[in-house]
Design a binder for this molecule. Structure first.
Ligand code: BJW
Ligand code: ZN
Length: 237
């Protein structure tokens, strides 16, 4: 099955859902998690992105997030984000389901987005109910709330529930879409990874875009190999 087939399906579909992961931001200069040269320095995600890790050493976890915040601040959306914004503008029913926390989709102009894993710019207090969006760098780590409590990143760590409304919207879109695109994700983190099988079981045509084969490849009707920026531009052309 070819890119021509994928283009035809995409052009015909009135309802499209797209699940993206770190690979879609890779061409913006943001490292992925699990590729070689990925984000985890000397840590496994399961050891750093957990409430337990934060409880043990909030400064270490914040140093990692502050490093990433600085990196993302200097990055721009790439042609994949731009192509997704064009799809959003052109399809009657559309949802961009993102596992990414960088908000580059929004900066590219996409509007209908479900953020499954939160945002790197959101913070919330671990002691009171205060939450905020803070874009600039922090003066000290860990940053503190007005109440004196330690602030935490507004992202979803392992063992934490996904935001309910975003998840419900994502599941609804996946199980009602005519076409489901999955791009730049390694298919290992649940429940997001389960959306692909849910979409296929509900009758969607599934197209995968990735540099390499993943656990999603067998569920895909078409698997397109290459950088997301290049493939999405071709798909949207
Ligand atoms: C390109 C490219 C280019 C590169 N072009 N492609 C045992 C079995 C099954 C599940 C579990 C289990 N034990 C625990 C669980 C559940 C757990 C889980 O899934 N664990 C597995 C790892 C085993 N999940 C959870 O805990 C979730 N919560 C949950 O289940 O809650 C239950 C609950 C219910 C009620 C109450 C309480 C709890 C939460 C998961 C949260 C994940 N969080 C992170 C961090 C977010 C914040 C942050 O960014 O710091 O999310 S982990 C990290 O992985 C991040 C990502 O969104 C996520 C997915 O990674 P992604 O995007 O797929 O990146 P990579 O690097 O893995 O892959 C990149 C891909 O791109 C590769 O395929 C490349 O080839 C490709 N690529 N360049 C195209 N240019
Ligand atoms: Zn507080």
């Amino acid at each position: 099955m070819s890119i021509e087939q994928a283009k035809e399906w995409l052009a015909q579909a009135e309802s499209v859902a797209v699940l993206i992961g770190a690979g879609v931001s890779a061409e913006s200069g943001i490292p992925t998690f699990r590729d070689s040269g990925g984000l985890w320095r000397n840590f496994r995600p399961e050891d750093l992105a957990t409430p337990q890790a934060f409880h043990r050493d909030p400064t270490l976890v914040w140093e990692w997030y502050e490093w990433r915040r600085n990196l993302v601040r200097n990055c721009r959306p790439n042609p994949a984000h731009e192509a997704l914004a064009v799809l959003d503008a052109g399809k009657p029913r559309f949802l961009l389901i993102t596992q990414n926390v960088d908000r580059l989709e929004e900066r590219a102009g996409a509007k209908r987005i479900a953020r499954l894993h939160g945002s790197i710019w959101d913070v919330r207090c671990t002691a009171c109910s205060h939450s905020d969006i803070i874009y600039g760098p922090f003066e000290e780590l860990p940053p503190r709330c007005g109440c004196g409590g330690i602030l935490r990143p507004g992202v979803v760590w392992f063992g934490e529930a996904l935001p309910r409304q975003q998840w419900d919207a994502a599941y609804r879109a996946a199980t009602t879409a005519e076409l489901f695109l999955v791009a730049g994700t390694s298919a290992v983190v649940y429940p997001a990874a389960g959306l692909v099988a849910a979409a296929r079981d509900s009758g969607a045509r599934v197209i995968e875009v990735n540099l390499e084969a993943t656990g999603h490849t067998l569920a895909a009707h078409v698997a397109l190999r290459g950088p997301a920026g290049v493939i999405f531009r071709e798909l949207a052309a």
